[in-house]
Design a protein around this ligand. Structure first.
Ligand code: FPP
Ligand code: MG
Length: 342
């Protein structure tokens, strides 16, 4: 995906969230443009142009820019122009990009954001260290944020890594696989989504009760977002996803629909269960067959129902926030997550 197309995608999300709220839409688009400029500047600040190319690769390829958008929306509940809001938005995306460098190494991913992944292009060692560079860059930016945000950042970063590690080592008996799954996605995905919102509110000087409600909304939305990712991994073509379809299946990472099949007992899923039961993953013809069976299995609608439950939780958390265009945009974001195809 070109940077231009990526920016277009970010713009269309903003337009969807801010329907009929033209002032908020204009403000979000202007601020996201500043985020974009600052992100590219961060990459250029690497000493060596070859390193700048690596750390800027996924940034330039783009993405939904969900996390900075959430930081900017969180800041709408205080003074959105306050010092540090922009830096907090850039910080959120840098941490996310660092985690993708590392995640793609773990998943042996070939494509990310519609371009060759960092690991596929430069190798695993470069991908891990450039991820570390992005983390360090984020730490540099965070030095300019409020002291109140320091423990929040530390906790979210720890949860992010912990989630990935827990995914790797699997459940510790007697923990069941579903509660392990929800613990993992809450740590590896929801923690940063929640932090992104909270950081915006904290930097903007919003009251604690508001930033707490936003953080709770982010936890629920983040879990729903990761479930939708798991569902899309099975149903969406690679061209829409900007990454390989069914990659989780191929590397033996069980997303929610796969877990529901594995934990189920329905005889109609017997063939699928047999295909999915290899912890090393499913490849070749078996992968094609497993994807086809999964797409028409009952587990897909059960996964979507669990996602809807989390979205209802996210909307409930919004109830205590002051009404207005930013709250409406966060509500519309729940619809976006429920219906997204990429
Ligand atoms: C994508 O999830 C990846 C994440 C949500 C974060 C993974 C976290 C780490 C790699 C820990 C390291 C963290 C830092 C801060 C360096 P996914 O694999 O479910 O989705 P995908 O299909 O997009 O790959
Ligand atoms: Mg992955």
């Amino acid at each position: 995906m070109s940077a231009l197309a990526a920016e277009g995608r970010g713009r269309s999300i903003v337009t969807r969230l801010t329907v009929r709220e033209k002032a908020l839409e204009r403000r979000m688009l202007r601020r996201l443009e500043q985020v974009e400029i600052r992100l590219l500047e961060c990459a250029r600040e690497a000493d060596d142009p070859r390193l700048a190319a690596v750390v800027g690769h996924l940034i330039a390829a783009g993405g939904k820019r969900m996390r900075p958008l959430l930081t900017l929306l969180g800041a709408e509940f205080g003074d959105p122009q306050a010092a540090g809001v922009l830096e907090a938005a850039v910080f959120s995306e840098l941490i996310h990009t660092a985690s993708l460098h590392h995640d793609d190494v773990m998943d042996e991913a070939l494509i990310r954001h519609g371009v060759t992944s960092v690991n596929a292009r430069w190798g695993n060692r470069v991908a891990v260290r450039s991820g570390n560079w992005l983390l360090a860059k984020a730490a540099q930016l965070s030095a300019g944020l409020s002291t109140e945000s320091v423990p929040l950042q530390a906790e979210a970063s720890q949860r992010l890594v912990q989630g990935q590690l827990r995914e790797l080592v699997g459940p510790a008996l007697p923990e069941d696989r579903l509660s392990h799954y929800f613990g993992v996605i809450s740590d590896k995905s929801a923690s940063l989504i929640s932090l992104s919102l909270r950081l915006g509110a904290v930097q903007a000087g919003a009251p604690a009760q508001v930033s707490d409600a936003l953080a709770e909304y982010g936890e629920q939305l983040g879990v729903a977002f990761q479930i939708s990712d798991d569902v899309l991994d099975i149903v969406s073509p690679s061209a829409d996803l900007g990454k390989e379809q069914g990659k989780d299946l191929a590397v033996g990472v069980a997303g929610l629909p796969v877990l529901l099949v594995l934990e189920g007992v329905e005889p109609e899923d017997d063939e699928l269960r047999a295909l999915l039961s290899d912890p090393a993953g499913v490849r070749g013809d078996r992968h094609v067959r497993a994807l086809a069976l999964l797409q028409r299995s009952e587990a897909m609608s059960r996964a979507r129902a669990l996602m809807d439950g989390r979205l209802a939780g996210a909307r409930a958390a919004l109830a205590s926030l002051p009404p207005g265009p930013p709250r409406k945009a966060l509500d519309a974001l729940c619809d976006f997550v429920a219906t997204r195809t990429a």
